[in-house]
Design a protein around this ligand. Structure first.
Ligand SMILES: C[S@@+](CC[C@H](N)C(=O)[O-])C[C@H]1O[C@@H](n2cnc3c(N)ncnc32)[C@H](O)[C@@H]1O
Ligand code: SF4
Ligand code: SF4
Ligand code: SF4
Length: 395
C-alpha cells in the first residue's frame, strides 16, 4: 500500500505507476463508494465480456423442471427494434467477446434467431447457442455452421428414453437424431464447429443415468457435459433435489476422447457443488456478463431476470422480483453497465456483501428473506442464491 496525501488544494492524485499497473487511462472516471468505513473507487469502464440475449420466453416444450411454470411473465419474442438497439450498443463494449443466445425459453422458436446471430457474427463475436435441440434441422444447422457459431449446448435430462420423456415430454430419439444430423453435416463440410456441449439437470429421478449421459456424450462427440442441480420452483421439484446443507457424496466423474479436427482431446464433465458452503462466488459478475431480456430489460444474471417463486436450500419459499437496471431501447448498454446502481451492485456481489440467510436463526420467519431482500439493506439480496454456490449452473 502507498500513502496518499491531499495536495495543497485538497486534491488526491492517483500515482501514475498505480494507474499504469491497473491499465487505467489517467482520464478515467470513478464512482466514489464507501463500505464498512472504507472508501472505494470504482473505475467507470465498459468492461463487459459476455452478453446473454433472451431471444424469446416462448418455448416448444413444457419441461417438468422449468421455472416458466412458476412465473406470470408473458410468452414474448424480442423485436427487431430491441435487437438493433443491442447491436448499436456493441461498439462501446471493446472487451465483449461472446454472446450467448439462451435463457428461459427456446431461442430456435424465434423466427429471426439466425438473423440475430448473423448480426452478432458480423461484429466478429463468438456465439454460443443453448437449445433443447428439437428444432434443429438440416437448414438451420447448415446456417449455424456457415455463420460460425462455435458452441452449441443441448439439454438432455435423461440417458433413458422414458426418463427424458418424463422430464421433457418428448422423445429422446428426436433430439439424438438432430444431433447426429449436425455431426454428419459438420463432417461433410469438414468443420469442427459448433462444438457440442450437453447440459444435464441432475435430480433424484435421473441421477443414476449420469453414466449413460457420459456414454452418450462420448458417442455424440460432445466436448462438455455440464451438470446442474435443479432450482426447485415447486414442492414436487424440491423432492427431486440432490443437494443440501450437509456434506454429500459427489457424482462420479468421467472423461472420453473427442475428435477435434486432426486432434483428439478429452471431453470434460463440469459438476456442481453438492452442499451449502461458505464460499460464494457469482460467475455472472466475475465473468462480467450482462443479461438482456426479451423486452430489452437489463439484469445482472439469470436468477434475477424474471419474477418467480423458488424454494431455498432449507425449503423456505421465496418470491423473486425481476431486477432491471435499465433498458437497452432507451440507454446504451455501456451506460447501463457503468451506472451507479449497477456498479455498486456488482461490487457488493464481488465481495459477497450479503448476510447468510440459510445460517440465520430467524430464517424460517423472516419476511425480508421471503421477498428476496436482506437485512443488510442491499437489495435484491443474493444471500440464498444457488448459482453463487455453484449448485445451479449455466453454460
Ligand atoms: C431454461 S433452459 C433454456 C434453453 C433451452 N430451452 C433448453 O432447454 O436448453 C436452460 C437450461 O436450464 C435448464 N433448466 C430448466 N429448468 C431448470 C431448473 N428448474 N433448475 C436448473 N436448471 C434448469 C435446462 O435443462 C437447460 O439446460
Ligand atoms: S425447453 Fe428449455 S425453456 Fe423450454 S420448457 Fe424446457 S427447460 Fe424450459
Ligand atoms: S434477511 Fe437477515 S434476518 Fe432475515 S433471514 Fe436473512 S440474515 Fe436473517
Ligand atoms: S449471486 Fe446470484 S442473484 Fe446475485 S447476481 Fe449472482 S447469480 Fe444473480
Amino acid at each position: 500500500m502507498k500513502p496518499l496525501k491531499p495536495d495543497s488544494q485538497n486534491k488526491i492524485i492517483l500515482p501514475a505507476e498505480f494507474l499504469q499497473r491497473r491499465h487505467l487511462d489517467p482520464q478515467t472516471d470513478f464512482w466514489l463508494n464507501e463500505r464498512e468505513g472504507d472508501l472505494i473507487l470504482h473505475p467507470r469502464l465498459p468492461d463487459v465480456h459476455k452478453l446473454y440475449i433472451e431471444a424469446t420466453t416462448s418455448c416448444n416444450l413444457s419441461c417438468q423442471t422449468c421455472i416458466r411454470h412458476s412465473w406470470t411473465d408473458p410468452n414474448a419474442h424480442m423485436d427487431n427494434k430491441t435487437f438493433q438497439s443491442i447491436l448499436n450498443s456493441l461498439d462501446d463494449l471493446p472487451l465483449l467477446d461472446r454472446v450467448v443466445f439462451t435463457s428461459f425459453g427456446e431461442p430456435l422458436v424465434h423466427a429471426g434467431l439466425l438473423d440475430m446471430i448473423a448480426g452478432i457474427r458480423a461484429r466478429g463475436l463468438g456465439v454460443t447457442l443453448g437449445s433443447n435441440g428439437l428444432l434443429l434441422n438440416e437448414k438451420n444447422i447448415r446456417e449455424l455452421v456457415r455463420l460460425g457459431v462455435d458452441n452449441i449446448i443441448v439439454s438432455i435430462d435423461g440417458g433413458k428414453p422414458e426418463t427424458y420423456e418424463g422430464v421433457r415430454g418428448t422423445q429422446l430419439s428426436r433430439v439424438l437424431e438432430n444431433i447426429r444430423l449436425m455431426n454428419r453435416i459438420k463432417q461433410e463440410l469438414g468443420v469442427v464447429y459448433p462444438v457440442l456441449g450437453i447440459e444435464f439437470v441432475a435430480m433424484r429421478s435421473n441421477q443414476d443415468e449420469l453414466q449413460d449421459l457420459i456414454q452418450l456424450a462420448s458417442q455424440l462427440n460432445a466436448a462438455r457435459l455440464v451438470v446442474s442441480h435443479v432450482l426447485p420452483y415447486s414442492r414436487e421439484m424440491e423432492e427431486e433435489k440432490l443437494y443440501g446443507y450437509g456434506l454429500r457424496e459427489g457424482f462420479k466423474t468421467g472423461s472420453w476422447p473427442v475428435h477435434s479436427d486432426a486432434w483428439m482431446r478429452w471431453g470434460v464433465i463440469e459438476l456442481p457443488r453438492m452442499h451449502w458452503g461458505a464460499e460464494r462466488r457469482c460467475r455472472f459478475v466475475q465473468d462480467r456478463s450482462i443479461v438482456v431480456g426479451w423486452d430489452g430489460g437489463i439484469s445482472p444474471c439469470y436468477a434475477l431476470s424474471h419474477s418467480y417463486q423458488y424454494f431455498a436450500i432449507d425449503g423456505i419459499a421465496k418470491q423473486v422480483e425481476r431486477y432491471v437496471l435499465g433498458n437497452v431501447r432507451e440507454t446504451p448498454l455501456a451506460e447501463i453497465w457503468m451506472s451507479e446502481e449497477y456498479t455498486r451492485f456488482r461490487s457488493d456481489v464481488r465481495v459477497f456483501h450479503f448476510p447468510s440467510c440459510p445460517d440465520c436463526d430467524l430464517r424460517e420467519t423472516c419476511d425480508l428473506r421471503a421477498s428476496n431482500q436482506g437485512c443488510w439493506g442491499l437489495n435484491p439480496s443474493c444471500a440464498d442464491c444457488l448459482w453463487a454456490q455453484d449448485i445451479v449452473r449455466c453454460p
